[in-house]
Design a protein around this ligand. Structure first.
Ligand SMILES: Cc1cc2nc3c(=O)[nH]c(=O)nc-3n(C[C@H](O)[C@H](O)[C@H](O)COP(=O)(O)OP(=O)(O)OC[C@H]3O[C@@H](n4cnc5c(N)ncnc54)[C@H](O)[C@@H]3O)c2cc1C
Length: 728
């Protein structure tokens, strides 16, 4: 017989039919995220027009260049679909969607109904209206079939022309060279990769590629592809011609929107979606290259993976931030050349914040700034080890002043890159292709004792796709094992001590991570309209602590803490917890000390400071935290230590009320970091309370504040708490 709680569980797992159109990178990444969160929530079917499982399109160039086999770029093999209970209809093209009756039809006549539909149909190569473009020997570069075609053609023909000197065109050209073809690139702009590079970097790149054997025809417009049934040459607007047996057109992409358009969805250039990837039709979502978010349709995977994460969380009922758009960045995957470009690089000389050219090493670096003195874009050539650090600065619109700390030192490139990775916030993504964060890489290195980049790649997938982040992963490995100063203490020891993994199981009786536990509690409370009585809490505990009847002290107190956070406990008194557990709860509060009480004998400007201290004491009196915390309020930062070694420190300086976060006076000693400066008492209280709230919401149970700051990164916390604040 089912208990009440079992019935609820059964109800929760009543499976809705989820249908994904497009078996490509973004759609399947979204499904992967959903499976991580809720493996059993949906009955999933995927329809894909390509006759194979999902593969890494990014690595097609590597297949063409002979560096990867087809097998190596398969992301999810047939077994993966089977093991996860997913029905894959490969080689089927969806021709019609009925959004009223909620079903789709394929060209072959299959009909599939859905409760939730995700459209992730990607893009098609853009073929400009040039006469002769349908001729034999003219191909594009989008799929594995295109790769196979190029390989086959290279066996019979020797002269290739690539129309388009952008990322794809250059990668295709490198592949054709590898296949033994004489390869010429035709580009209509005065320099190659003109969307990602400036003229200096583009010329450096061109020289390198010429050394590899490519030939360039710049500022040339192709007007005709000449031949009878198969291509023989290209004709340009200036009347000149170029002989070619094979022509690859790589001039851009067009989102696949026809299907959505004729099904009544709102489309512009692509399918219009909101911040949660919802289309104009209920229960129909879109993501990937076929989606248009705030007027932008992205053509790179990192943004699409971010979209997939948001959509997956929303569909699984897990609280999520909206998708707010992404900073585009790109890395050329041609062996022997390192090129990186991020953000807005369109500015002129007035926007150049930093520029260096080293002819001996063959390196170039340029950083552009926006109107507010923020890092707006960056170009790297020859050495891309700072790519992730610069990308992080572009993403958080860091002040260009931060660049100064990295330049002008004589410590050499290796040391600079290690410092760059050391400075990255831990949640920052290092491998964008596979969405792997600095924190994940470091914990994996420590947990598995990894010693080289290939081992890191094997365990985390970082640097396993385009390979552009390999120098970053190398620097991160060095930093994790030896620290930023090369001494063997630092990173590993500190990292082990300081970071608490939100992915580790809560305890032995519960096979759930803290993150998962929070979600389970959230799910249960939502099913009860946000209120739970004593019986329901007992049932929940029994259900969650599957390996132990009543749970251990650790999981009971963790569950209790997360319940408190959600404020779901009904009014009647709860006597579920032992006296020790009750005591433990009281202990997890904030203790606010003021200048009069601290050991450093500081004087206090009584009025304001006592007001702050009193207000904080009363506002935070009943607040329950993941871990006990001490906050200090003093008059000045002299001596600095008093403020900087407390979890939260507020001092009244000439600039205003400075608020510091993450200090710790015992081992490991941590210095508090400045979050913001408030002009008036009210703002200071608001800022400190926002920090505390952010800590409560995102820390895991028993994670001290200083450890949480290290894990999340003060930059991210600052962004979070200052987002709607007037504090500078
Ligand atoms: C050669 C190459 C190199 C690249 N290099 C990089 C890189 O270095 N970095 C980077 O970030 N990005 C790179 N990209 C871009 C990246 O691969 C794409 O942004 C990403 O694959 C898009 O994912 P998606 O899911 O939106 O579309 P796709 O991966 O194209 O998947 C869409 C799928 O939907 C299928 N489909 C379409 N219509 C239908 C239909 N009606 N019925 C059923 N199925 C349908 C398609 O066949 C396709 O399989 C590269 C792309 C190419 C081609």
């Amino acid at each position: 017989m089912f208990s009440d709680i079992d019935k609820r569980v059964v109800k929760l797992v009543e499976r809705k039919k989820l249908l994904l159109i497009g078996n490509g990178m973004s759609g399947i990444r979204c499904i992967e995220e959903m499976i991580k969160l809720e493996p059993d929530l949906f009955d999933i079917t995927v329809i894909g027009s390509e006759p194979r499982p999902n593969y890494n399109r990014i690595l097609l160039s590597k297949v063409l260049q002979g560096e990867n086999s087809v097998q190596q770029i398969i992301l999810n093999d047939w077994n993966w679909y089977e093991q996860n209970g997913i029905t894959l209809l490969a080689g089927e093209v969806v021709a019609h969607i009925d959004t009223n009756a909620r079903y789709v039809c394929t060209e072959s006549g299959l009909r599939k109904s859905y409760d939730i539909l995700i459209i992730a149909t990607g893009s098609t190569p853009f073929i400009p209206p040039i006469s002769g473009s349908k001729m034999e020997g003219v191909i594009s570069f989008r799929t594995l079939d295109d790769c196979h075609r190029m390989t086959e053609l290279s066996k019979c023909y020797s002269k290739a022309a690539v129309i388009g000197g952008g990322l794809l065109g250059l990668e295709a050209a490198r592949g054709l060279l590898h296949l033994g073809m004489k390869t010429e690139i035709v580009h209509n702009a005065p320099y190659i990769m003109n969307r990602q590079l400036d003229a200096v970097a583009a010329r450096m790149l061109q020289r390198e590629l010429e050394k590899q054997g490519m030939r360039f025809h710049l500022s040339r417009n192709t007007t005709k592809i000449v031949g009878r049934t198969r291509v023989q040459s290209l004709r340009f607007s200036d009347g000149t011609q170029l002989d070619a047996d094979v022509v690859v057109i790589a001039v851009g992409i067009r989102p696949n929107v026809e299907l959505a358009k004729k099904s009544g969805l709102h489309t512009n250039r692509a399918i219009v979606v909101d911040d949660f990837m919802r289309t104009s039709v209920p229960n129909v979502y879109a993501l990937g290259e076929c989606a248009e978010h705030r007027g932008i349709s992205y053509g790179l995977v990192a943004p699409l993976y971010e979209q997939g994460k948001v959509l997956a969380r929303m569909l699984c009922g897990v609280e999520t931030e909206p998708y707010m758009g992404s900073i585009p960045y790109s890395q050329l995957k041609v062996s022997g050349v390192d090129v990186f470009s991020a953000g807005d690089i369109s500015g002129d000389e007035n926007n150049v914040a930093y520029q260096s050219y080293d002819a001996v090493r063959g390196t170039y670096k340029k950083v552009l700034m926006g109107g507010k003195g923020e890092v707006a874009g960056a170009i790297l050539f020859g050495d891309t080890s700072e790519a992730a650090a610069l990308l992080g600065m572009v993403k958080r619109r860091a002040s260009v002043a931060e660049l100064i700390t990295n330049e002008g030192n004589s410590e050499g490139i290796e040391s600079t890159s290690i410092k760059a990775v050391a400075a990255l916030p831990e949640h920052e993504t290092v491998c964008a292709c596979n969405g792997v964060s600095k924190h994940h890489i470091m914990t994996t290195i420590v947990e598995h004792g990894l010693q080289n980049v290939d081992e890191v790649k094997g365990r985390t997938k970082a640097s396993g796709s385009c390979g552009g982040c390999r120098p970053m992963v190398e620097a991160l490995l060095h930093f994790t094992l030896k620290g930023s100063n090369g001494r063997h203490e630092s990173a590993v020891s500190n990292f082990n001590l300081t970071t608490k993994s939100s992915e580790a199981p809560v305890c032995d009786c519960m096979n759930l991570s803290h993150e998962r536990l929070k979600q389970e509690i959230y799910k249960f409370s939502s099913s009860l309209n946000g209120k739970m009585d004593q019986i329901e809490i007992i049932n929940l505990m029994n259900y969650l602590a599957r390996n132990h009847e009543t749970g251990c002290n650790r999981c009971r107190t963790s569950i209790r803490y997360y319940l408190e956070l959600l404020d779901v406990v009904a009014e009647q008194p709860i006597d579920l917890f032992s006296q020790d557990e009750e005591q433990e709860r009281l202990y997890r509060g904030v203790r606010v000390i003021t200048g009069e009480l601290n050991h450093f004998g500081l004087s206090v400007e009584q009025d304001n400071l006592s007001e702050i201290a009193q207000r904080l004491r009363s506002e935070w009196e009943y607040i329950s935290l993941p871990y006990p915390l001490q906050a200090a309020v003093v008059e000045s930062t002299n001596p600095v230590l008093s403020i900087l070694v407390h979890g939260i420190g507020i001092c009244n300086s000439p600039a205003g009320f400075e608020v510091y976060l993450g200090g710790h006076a015992q081992h490991p000693v941590c210095e508090g970091q400045l979050v913001g400066v408030a002009e008036v008492v009210e703002e200071a209280i608001r800022l400190a309370s926002a920090c505390l709230q952010c800590y409560r919401q995102t820390a895991i149970y028993e994670e001290p504040l200083w450890s949480w700051v290290k894990r999340i990164g003060v930059v991210s916390i600052r962004e979070n708490v200052l987002r709607d604040s007037v504090v500078c």
